[in-house]
Design a protein around this ligand. Structure first.
Ligand code: PLP
Length: 405
């Protein structure tokens, strides 16, 4: 037998065994196929019309006619794709316009777009750090930040560390130990996506400033969501313009298509354009997506009432759940998790809700800690009160049948 065939067989059988184990452990994911745009109600293959409470379409812009028309106009003006890398074959004016808008929104001098926030996060530390620097990350930060730190450590030999979630005493000690490092960067999610909690930005900034550390905030679940005008975590705390580096996504509240950005000083963004490998060695965001995202930002700027509606809807749904006897994790964001304990319980609840026509995803270990499996509801400004009442009725029925309330 040739060696390649042997290797392929070994891989196939290992993968097959692991997939079997996922099924036995009830952690095998099934994928629900949709036949319509992301909206409060979607067409789900095999199920028909389903009310969706598990998308990041916080402002209802995914199927907004203006956002969709901008995408169509983008394809007419710039074509289907970018056909290479920005510095090699030219960079479209729509990317520059989008980056100006991103920087304006989050309150920095400049921004650089990427095909996703995953890419933006991955690009940042590995490009700017050296072996004389350190980066410290909140324990519950998003997977893309965890991987970005691993990559940065391997590329640059920078020191990396993790501080306990939201424990700025721990961070303070770790920064004190790192006093001899040239550059110190602290990174935190603005909104923690599995908890729906908001970082204590004033406290975090104070510790960073005390030690001369730069703060990098990933505002993916906060952009378009927090603050009076949806400008994110910093606006929520009256600190707009005071965070050193912000990364965020265009794939959630801002139209929900794809894309992300790094926002910071003009020099930082210039350096990222010069040196970041996920900028230099891959195609830019398709122009159609950039055009939709730009339209989404302009709508957000012109219609802050969408953010207010999102806040009202969230409060309404949270209060409804509490009235029914559920105890969602407390918070002010449109991410509303209900802890159920074991993974199987979360998956069961999400299946029963889907049988009721309500799509809410269950999350278990290893996405969340063992014993803290949950269903996570996400509210949109586009949900009507009827939508939310219907979801609450489904929660009442399913919660009753599972003896949860
Ligand atoms: N950062 C955070 C905090 C996220 O929640 C996500 C998406 O789940 C990302 C980054 C990745 O965003 P994108 O889908 O643009 O890659």
């Amino acid at each position: 037998m040739n060696r390649h065939a042997g290797g392929a067989n070994a891989l196939e059988s290992r993968i097959a065994a692991q997939l079997d184990q996922f099924r036995k452990d009830a952690v095998y994911k099934t994928f629900n196929y949709l036949d319509s745009p992301q909206a409060p109600r979607v067409e789900m293959e095999g199920r028909g019309r389903v009310l969706i409470l598990s998308s990041n379409n916080y402002l209802g812009l995914s199927d907004d006619p203006v956002v969709m028309a901008a995408g169509k106009a983008g394809i007419d003006e710039f074509g289907a794709g970018t056909a290479s890398v920005r510095f090699i074959c030219g960079t479209f004016t729509i990317h520059r316009d989008l980056e100006v808008a991103c920087a304006r929104l989050v309150g920095t001098e400049a921004a650089v777009s990427f095909v996703s926030c995953w890419n933006a996060n991955e690009a940042l530390p590995g490009t700017i750090l050296t072996d004389r620097d350190i980066i410290l990350s909140d324990q519950l930060n998003h997977a893309s930040i965890i991987d970005a730190m691993r990559l940065a450590k391997s590329i640059t030999k920078c020191e990396t560390g993790v501080f306990r979630h939201g424990d700025y005493g721990d961070l303070d000690r770790k920064l004190a130990d790192a006093h001899d490092r040239d550059v110190k960067i602290v990174v935190s999610d603005g909104v923690f996506s599995m908890e729906g909690s908001i970082v204590d930005l004033p406290a975090l900034l104070e510790v960073c400033r005390k030690h001369g550390a730069l703060l990098w905030l990933d505002d993916s679940h906060a952009t378009g969501v927090l603050g009076e005008r949806g400008r994110g975590t910093a606006e929520h705390f009256g600190l707009h313009g005071q965070v050193d580096i912000i990364t965020s996504t265009l794939g959630k509240a801002l139209g929900g298509a794809a894309g992300g950005f790094i926002a910071g000083s003009a020099a930082l963004c210039d350096y990222i354009m010069q040196r970041a490998r996920p900028q230099l060695f891959t195609n830019a965001l398709p122009a159609t997506v950039a055009a939709s995202a730009l339209a989404a930002i302009e709508i957000l700027e012109a219609e802050p009432e969408r953010v207010a509606r999102l806040r009202d809807n969230t409060a309404y749904f949270r209060q409804g759940l509490v009235r029914l006897g559920f105890r969602p994790l407390p918070g002010d964001t449109p991410i509303v998790p209900v802890i159920l304990g074991e993974t199987a319980a979360a998956i069961r609840m999400s299946q029963l809700l889907l049988d009721e026509g309500v799509f809410v995803t269950g999350f278990g270990y290893p996405v969340v800690p063992q014993g803290e499996a949950r269903v996570r509801c996400q509210i949109s400004a586009a949900h009507t009160r009827e939508d939310l009442d219907e979801a609450l009725d489904a929660f009442a029925r399913v919660g009753g049948s599972l003896n949860l309330v």
